[in-house]
Ligand binder design. Structure first.
Ligand code: PHE
Length: 340
């Protein structure tokens, strides 16, 4: 009799416990199965204890245990069904629905043009090189014939880090680094970002990009320089684009020149972009000054060379008729997505 009351109490306790179990995932459902429905479960334990119940009570106690087992099974099956449904709806999306459109990015126009410049010069035998944007005085100025206090340093307003270190004002610093470490013949194209302390306007920004060219060998002449630049302009702007060289001055080239091309916008007739002249400047160039050659360890009696440097923003603005340099750095998606 005693055993029977204990059994009933235990059954009631277990029933409460089973009702309280919270099932909210496949994992908790599996735990429920192991705890209540497996061979080692408490319910099974209870069933095997039935032989100790007095015979006349055995039937009713057995019925109670079976009822409890059924309830546990029902609870398990309900949740099993529920999780199956959600799993099925997750696994089987309607394959006839139209797909989500993929947003394609586009190349930045400066990158497009930089790659084009590199490709043209690589096809002419130049190798790619680069150098640091934070540069010392020697590589940015002194080795390139800008003596201290020389007024030519004012041509390029500089962001100084300290007395010796500055953000490079031109990619010509990479020329020096290459000449110091390589033996002629050497032929390099060097794209990169440069910095100048200028007021920001439609025509100027405090940083921009240049591509520098350098060729050092025996018997390099100004004619070689012109030939390479003619070919560059032909490939970049087309065969109908005219060009001209004007004498100029840079401390590190002698003689020096600037190259103009016929204005792309007005075709040479005169417009605000070319300031009514019909020509626009695209680069500076010249023969590497003998002093610069010896500064970087080469005998100017044996070797000569040419160098040129162009602004990538300027070339891009001409190519795509863009009249404000600031649009390159605004990150306005309406502007950027026009370039593929
Ligand atoms: N470094 C010059 C500039 O930034 C351009 C240049 C490069 C001129 C190489 C001559 C030779 O204006």
């Amino acid at each position: 009799m005693k055993i029977c009351t204990n059994m009933k109490e235990r059954i009631e306790q277990l029933q409460k416990k089973i009702n309280q179990v919270k099932i909210d995932s496949k994992e908790t459902l599996e735990q429920f199965r192991i705890q209540w429905l497996s061979k080692k479960s408490e319910l099974q334990d209870l069933l095997s204890g039935i032989k100790n119940v007095v015979p006349k009570e055995r039937k009713s106690v057995g019925a109670l245990i079976n009822k409890l087992k059924e309830e546990a099974e029902e609870k398990f099956n309900n949740y099993k069904e529920k999780f199956k449904e959600t799993a099925q709806t997750q696994q089987l999306p309607d394959s006839y629905l139209p797909g989500q459109p993929i947003q394609l990015g586009s190349r930045h126009p400066l990158n497009l043009v930089a790659v084009q410049i590199n490709t043209i010069f690589q096809s002419l035998g130049f190798s790619l090189a680069d150098g640091p944007e934070i540069e010392d005085d020697w590589h940015n100025f002194s080795a390139l014939n800008f003596p201290p206090e020389h007024p030519a340093r004012d041509m390029q307003d500089t962001f100084f880090v300290d007395d010796e270190i500055a953000l490079r004002t031109h990619t010509s610093s990479v020329q020096v680094r290459l000449m110091e470490t390589q033996k002629p013949p050497m032929r390099y194209i060097m794209p990169g970002r440069v910095y100048r302390n200028e007021a920001i306007s439609a025509r100027a920004n405090c940083f921009f990009h240049q591509a520098e060219g350098l060729y050092i060998d025996k018997k390099v002449s100004f004619a070689d320089l012109k030939q390479v630049l003619f070919e560059f302009v032909r490939q970049m702007f087309g065969a109908e684009c005219k060009n001209r060289f004007r004498p100029s001055y840079f401390p590190f080239t002698e003689p020096s020149a600037e190259m103009d091309i016929s204005c792309f916008i007005c075709g040479g007739k005169g417009c605000p972009v070319c300031k009514q002249s019909g020509w626009v400047e695209i680069l500076g160039c010249g023969m590497v000054d003998p002093q610069v050659l010896s500064n970087s360890g080469h005998d100017p009696e044996t070797y000569s060379g040419y160098a040129f440097g162009m602004g990538i923003e300027r070339i891009t603005m001409l190519k795509y008729s863009i009249n404000d340099i600031r649009v390159f750095f605004d990150n306005d998606i309406r502007f950027l997505k026009q370039f593929i």
